[in-house]
Design a protein around this ligand. Structure first.
Ligand code: FES
Length: 127
């Protein structure tokens, strides 16, 4: 059913909670199951002057796959530039957790959409 990595991320989720002085906040819901996720980002500039994700935290009310993939997303996205992070795909997240059962593949969309929502909101606010 679930991989060992999924169960580990579900039982010991990484980077859970809020960032009080977040530079960007994303919120996304899955209209089918009603699961919800918030993404908090702390953004800074690297030596090349590109904005990157200095810190990321998530709060997820959802199924095992939603919690594991949103936690995985934080590990994948931390340190990436905003342009790189926007391109993280649901397949990349699913692969990172060692695969998901087909009926649960859609759950990884919550994580990638939540991050995209936060980055888009941040870019709109700035420009
Ligand atoms: Fe809702 Fe997995 S069942 S995100």
């Amino acid at each position: 059913m679930y991989s060992n990595k999924v169960m580990d991320l579900f039982k010991h989720p990484r980077n859970i909670g809020e960032i009080k002085d977040a530079d960007a906040i994303g919120k996304v819901g899955n209209p089918i199951c009603g699961d919800l996720m918030w993404v908090y980002l702390k953004i800074e500039k690297n030596k090349k002057g590109e904005e990157f994700i200095k810190d990321i935290k998530v709060k997820t009310f959802g199924c095992v796959a939603a919690i594991a993939t949103s936690s995985a997303l934080t590990e994948i996205a931390k340190g990436m530039t905003l342009d790189e992070a926007e391109k993280i795909s649901k397949q990349q997240v699913a692969d990172y957790v060692g695969g998901l059962p087909p009926p649960k593949l859609h759950c990884s969309v919550l994580a990638t959409d939540g991050l995209k929502n936060a980055i888009e909101g941040y870019k709109k606010k700035k420009h």
